[in-house]
Ligand binder design. Structure first.
Ligand code: AQP
Length: 350
């Protein structure tokens, strides 16, 4: 698909380059985003807008694979959209929308599910991990999650998908499904490539540095939220698990806690590990943790101020999401109609 995304207000493509590559990325409203979500995803999304046609989605349908309290899910969906805006997502240049506001995702998902094998889905490690995490709720949505994710990507013919290492299997299955469909029904879907952001890093839990930092972790000391105030940030970093060696040295194998803090410090300052080691040579973990905490707080406070302002204007946030859904639907509906025609579904009279 070579068209670029149209902006509703001007009716024009946002920039004069007609063939910018298209990027699709999403985040689930399963909790308030953490430092991990910020460094690994959100921060890069704002940067990517300059060079790509970007579609950013609040993946509310995906979050239903774990049990959610309905009112909380609704609230978090709007809050997440406001936070993305506060973190620099430009709703004119990019398309910001809520997944369930664009029904074409689920419409395509069914067709793709009918072109995906049980065996392929059984091999997904995330299904195995999440089933182990929630043994009381191993639902069908958890199993077919990769198909909906494939639909999210393929429905916009996205060229690139920012992926962390834990997501590469999902990209592979998306490409397999697309390739299979194209072979059976003729060229329909773009095969997406993974995109590894230059400044991306995997941030680990502050309490258990072998695990990634996750917004749904029941231990509140394991993560720093994008909305945590300075005192909370300082307190959480002070409690972060380190080791007894007492020297700031990057060694993921033997010093996972300290190495994680160095990764965070590096992500916010741009400093190399060797420079961080030199900066804190001879100093204790107390000084180091405080420096990391202050650096993170300095970066998050302006976003939090903006977040408060944006969230207070509910009509603005809802208006952005309405516009985003309309723009996304224009692209997605066309593709669903094409797919339905190709697989032999009788088209209704229009
Ligand atoms: N710890 C992390 N370090 C770097 N990147 C991360 N991402 C998540 N955690 C880290 C990236 O954030 C984006 C959005 O993630 P998501 O909300 O769709 O789901 P997730 O990856 O499962 O994130 P969480 O925080 O761990 O959510 P829960 O607790 O609900 O499972 C993705 O691009 C992801 O790579």
């Amino acid at each position: 698909m070579s068209e670029t995304i149209q902006n509703n207000q001007t009716g024009q493509t946002p920039q004069a380059q007609p063939k910018r590559k298209r990027i699709l990325s999403g985040i689930q409203p399963t909790g308030t985003p953490t430092l991990g979500n910020y460094v690994g995803a959100v921060r890069n999304w704002a940067l990517l807008q300059n060079d790509y046609d970007c579609l950013y989605m609040v993946a509310d349908l995906h979050s239903l694979t774990v049990r959610e309290e309905p009112a909380a899910l609704r609230r978090r969906t709007r809050e997440l959209a406001a936070l993305l805006l506060a973190a620099g997502i430009d709703p004119v240049n990019s398309v910001l929308f809520v997944q369930s506001h664009v029904p074409a995702h689920t419409q395509l998902s069914w067709v793709l599910a009918c072109n995906t094998q049980f065996g392929e889905l059984s091999r997904m490690t995330q299904f195995k991990d999440k089933s182990a995490k929630h043994p009381d709720n191993v639902n069908g949505g958890l199993f077919t999650y990769p198909v909906l994710m494939a639909a999210d990507i393929l429905i916009y013919n996205a060229d690139l998908v920012p992926v962390g290492q834990d997501q590469t299997q999902h990209l592979e299955i998306t490409r397999d499904i697309a390739q299979r469909f194209n072979n059976l029904y003729g060229p329909t879907f773009t095969l997406p490539e993974g995109y590894v952001p230059a400044a991306g890093a995997k941030i680990m839990s502050l309490a258990e540095p072998a695990k990634k930092m996750s917004k749904s972790d029941p231990n509140v000391n394991s993560f720093v939220l994008m909305t945590d105030d300075r005192d909370t940030i300082v307190r959480k970093f002070k409690r972060a698990v380190t080791d007894s060696e007492g020297s700031v040295r990057f060694d993921v194998q033997n010093k996972p806690g300290v190495s994680n803090l160095m990764t965070i410090y590096s992500a916010f300052t741009g400093k190399a590990m060797a420079d961080i080691e030199a900066e804190f040579a001879g100093k204790g973990y107390g000084d180091f943790k405080l420096a990391v905490a202050e650096t993170v707080a300095d970066a998050l406070v302006p976003i939090q101020t903006e977040y408060g302002r944006i969230l207070a204007d509910k009509a603005y946030v809802d208006g952005v999401l309405k516009d985003g859904a309309a723009r996304a639907s224009r692209l997605a509906d066309r593709l669903v109609a094409k797919v339905y025609r190709k697989v032999g579904l009788l088209q209704p009279e229009r």
